[in-house]
Design a protein around this ligand. Structure first.
Ligand code: PHE
Ligand code: ZN
Length: 874
């Protein structure tokens, strides 16, 4: 909470710290009503700093008990204390500082620093949470070796964990004292501590070089039957990182702890990852296939951070994408290898086009390397993570698999143990490959989604195709007149038989044969393809080779042809989505008719047993309302909703027997397995069911049967969702009640139950969401519950959220103001949908804007909420 206007921090103001830290020793004394933290910090002056440089420590919400410098107690004249820092005016070149503070973890609802979740204590220190534990140089370029002692009631907290290896464990007078030592230097944001009455699931892993590592997952006792899959995913991740990046694990023990109250998905603390329980716990009865895949990806992501983030870390928070973009790229490749590369690409492009493109076109747009922020927590965004990963993916395409690996080997070797910048990463890739990536680096500096305009012309006599590509990038806050970017455009030329034609292009140096990539580096370029006896169809931006929008007029026939024949799976899907967007547009204008050829093509896809069923499910899936919105110049959520409904109903009727047959072919009574092939089959089967219920009583009957008989949550939930969205209200209500009765004891399942309702057009009305907020299942202090109700409502139940009288916006506004006091991070995140007012039809936009003003006028805004609101009102 603050009075003065919060100030922005700028990348250009970065200065190395005046004092380095060699060792951090911490003593925690945990009590029910408070915790005492004693620190012993060994400092050394930076050789480049002045002898009279003061020592600056960060600290927030701490009760200072004492400070000793080289053993001497300091008094109040020796230091200055304010709300956010402690400054010691005069210090020698080398010294030991001992600070004692008192904190109150039980009262910590922001879930940053040390807090209580259920019956346990845990920490979250990224980005700037450590300063809520003790006074400290809380910045990632200050790295030190940590020793941590934890004292707690021996009976109540049998498990006491911190980073590294356990080196001592004693009990005296009912209090236990455990000591952990982490030999690897690290910044404070990677520190972690856990104390609780937990059960552990244990396994072993032998690294490629033959070292044995103990793997442990700690959970509350009721969750011990939900640990198996994460452990399996962890072992696969460890093997994968050895094989694909040559990276081995570097401690004797790797621990994961599941906690219920967590602001994000998970955290890569050195040797002691802490996970939101929804991102690690699963068993067949309670978790859907989607949850299994999310768990696999997040376990891998956090594990991969051990190298991309921990061994090599960020110099400052402007470099956040150095670790996050790279690590998301790594986990995406891992998921692609475990399942289907094409499907993973479709999922990632979907996120880019719905969420990231929306961020890029809104008031919070920022480059992958931002140049300023007020509150760093607001910059854990899809731009830093997903666009950052896309940028790394383009480097991979440009350098090729081997060149990229040479580059990352050099990066890890050169910077091991250092805190570095995005520039250092690109420089290593460049040095290992002898290419000039100067131009490419604009991707890190320029915000916004580039648009590539395409014009093509075929000359039959010369047997040549002329392809002109133009790029421009719209203005974003603080940035206009952007420079052209290096855009890798992967492409194919398709002959009339559906085969790819050989590509001969001039200028030849614009083409990389191995990756089939054309390099667009100027604002306009014309490429000439020769040796073409027939006019080819163009398949552009295959594999979503760059995070751009493509503006290219292709006929319905061309799109249908690509949907059926493109050798690039991603572009088959993309062609289908482009067609469907046209259908939805026509439905809005009241003139949609499914052509016979289109119907036949979809019907053939549903019957095709050669294709990956997960891929077919995506091919038949209509773009979401959010996706359609992003492809609209002006967003009219109500019109989008009803047009999409119409097309959905038309497909359900036209393809009724195809969906039924597809369902019957894939429905299996074999026991549930969280295996890729079985997951893929279930995804298509359940997609078929979602259409089938819309056309026949038989489909409804089958959905009821599936709901009752399923041995797994994937099928049970899919049937529930299909029935809830089928329009039969009384039945849906009965099923929702039945589901609650079955699952009220399991918070992770209850979260899903909340999402089904709050995110649906039928059950996610303002009144019903208000009722959910009063339900015994709801808890304002648990971020998962807040996301399941309010997040689902504002991001998925768009007809209700955008209700014309603004009641949906009011609901969200009230929630933001309430959470502003208890959990500012969650409040700011929840606010996102309200920042998009400028893209809405003007009437709705103005109603929304008024809510932002109401928030801005509220008395004491957190930095988090203040930043988002003030930037959105410019
Ligand atoms: N660093 C975490 C990850 O992406 C995310 C995170 C950020 C978690 C901040 C908590 C707080 O792996
Ligand atoms: Zn991460």
């Amino acid at each position: 909470m603050r009075d003065a206007q919060p100030q922005a921090i700028h990348l250009q103001d970065y200065r190395a710290p005046d004092y380095w830290l060699d060792a951090t020793e911490l003593e925690f004394d945990l009590h029910e009503d408070h915790t005492r933290v004693d620190s012993r910090l060994t400092f050394r002056r930076n050789a480049a700093s002045a002898a009279d440089a003061p020592l600056l420590l960060n600290g927030q919400g701490l009760e200072l008990l004492s400070i000793h410098l080289n053993g001497t107690l300091l008094d109040a004249q020796d230091y200055q204390l304010d709300e956010e820092s402690l400054t010691i005016t005069t210090v020698p070149a080398e010294f030991v500082l001992e600070v004692s503070v008192r904190i109150d973890p039980a009262a910590n609802t922001a879930l940053e620093g040390l807090y209580r979740s259920g019956g346990m204590y845990c920490t979250q220190c990224e980005a700037e949470g450590f300063r809520r534990i003790t006074y400290y140089p809380d910045r990632p370029d200050v790295m030190s070796v940590f020793t941590t002692h934890i004292n707690a009631d021996a009976e109540q907290y049998p498990v006491l964990l911190s980073n590294g290896n356990k080196v001592a464990d004693t009990t005296e007078g009912g209090r236990r004292r455990v000591t952990w030592h982490d030999p690897h230097k690290k910044p404070a944001y990677l520190f972690a501590l856990v104390a609780g009455d937990l059960l552990v699931k244990e396994d072993q892993f032998t690294t490629l070089s033959g070292r044995n590592v103990t793997l442990q997952i700690f959970v509350e006792p009721r969750n011990i039957d939900k640990t198996e899959y994460a452990l399996d995913a962890l072992k696969r991740s460890m093997r994968w990182d050895e094989e694909v990046y040559g990276r081995e694990y570097d401690l004797d023990i790797f621990m994961i702890v599941a906690v219920d109250d967590f602001n994000m998905g998970a955290m890569e603390n050195k040797g002691l990852n802490i996970f939101n329980s929804s991102c690690v716990l699963a068993n067949p009865a309670t978790a859907t296939d989607t949850a299994y895949q999310r768990i696999e990806a997040i376990v891998a992501h956090e594990y991969f951070h051990n190298w991309s983030g921990n061994r090599v870390t960020c110099r400052d928070w402007f470099q956040l994408s150095l670790k996050e973009g790279f690590t998301v790229f790594r986990d995406a490749c891992f998921s692609a290898d475990m399942h289907s590369a094409t499907v993973k690409r479709i999922e990632d492009a979907n996120i880019m086009r719905t969420v990231q493109f929306a961020e890029d076109s809104g008031p919070m747009a920022h480059p992958v390397q931002p140049d300023s922020f007020i509150e760093i927590s607001n910059f854990y965004t899809v731009t830093i993570y997903e666009k950052g990963a896309e940028v790394v993916g383009m480097l991979h395409k440009i350098l090729g698999k081997e060149g990229f690996r040479k580059g990352t080997d050099l990066y890890f070797e050169r910077h091991d143990g250092q805190a570095v910048t995005i520039h250092d990463f690109v420089q290593a890739l460049q040095d290992a490959n002898k290419v000039d990536l100067t131009l490419f680096k604009r991707w890190y500096k320029q915000a916004g989604t580039p648009v590539v305009q395409v014009e093509s012309h075929y000359d039959a006599t010369a047997q040549q195709l002329y392809l002109t590509l133009r790029q421009h990038c719209p203005d974003t806050p603080g940035q206009s007149n952007k420079l052209p970017m290096w855009i890798p455009v992967q492409l194919g030329l398709i002959g009339s038989n559906g085969d790819d034609l050989p590509v001969q292009v001039s200028p030849a140096n614009a083409w990389t044969e191995a990756s089939q990539v054309l390099h667009l580096t100027e604002s306009e370029q014309t490429f000439v393809f020769s040796g073409l006896a027939e006019e080819p169809r163009l398949s552009l931006l295959r594999d979503f080779s760059a995070p751009v929008k493509v503006d290219f007029e292709q006929s319905d026939e061309d799109l249908l042809f690509l949907l059926q024949h493109d050798s690039d799976g991603f572009n088959r899907w993309d062609a289908g989505q482009r067609l469907m967007l046209r259908w939805i547009d026509r439905a809005r204008a009241g003139r949609f008719r499914l052509a016979a050829a289109e119907q036949q093509a979809l019907s053939a896809l549903l019957a095709d047993t050669q294709l990956d069923p997960a891929m077919v499910a995506y091919l038949l899936n209509l773009p979401s309302e959010a996706y359609i919105a992003e492809f609209s110049a002006v967003i009219d959520p109500l019109a989008i909703h009803s047009a999409r409904r119409q097309v959905q109903q038309a497909l359900a009727v036209a393809l009724a027997s195809d969906f039924a047959a597809c369902y019957q072919r894939l429905h299996s009574t074999a026991p549930y397995q969280p295996q890729p092939a079985a997951m893929a089959a279930r995804s298509l089967k359940n997609l078929a069911l979602s259409y089938w219920v819309k056309s026949s009583a038989e489909g409804m009957e089958q959905a009821r049967r599936q709901y009752q008989q399923a041995d797994n949550m994937t099928d049970q939930m899919a049937a529930l969702v299909a029935l809830v969205n089928s329009g039969e209200r009384a039945q849906a209500e009965a099923l929702l009640e039945d589901f609650w009765q079955r699952w009220q004891h399991d918070p992770l399942v209850v979260n899903q139950w909340l999402v089904v309702q709050a995110g649906s057009a039928e059950f996610g009305t303002v009144e019903q969401v208000q009722a959910l907020l009063q339900h015994e299942a709801f808890d304002w202090r648990n971020p998962n519950k807040v996301r399941s109700v309010l997040g689902a409502f504002a991001n998925q139940s768009l007809v209700n959220f955008h209700r014309a009288d603004g009641a949906g916006y009011d609901l969200l506004t009230d929630a933001v103001l309430k959470l502003n006091d208890s959990n500012p991070q969650i409040a700011a995140r929840l606010l996102t949908p309200l920042t998009r007012w400028q893209r809405l039809v003007p009437a709705a936009g103005q109603v929304m804007k008024a809510r932002l003003q109401r928030i801005k006028e509220h008395g004491s805004l957190s930095k988090d909420v203040y930043e988002v609101v003030s930037k959105s009102l410019i």
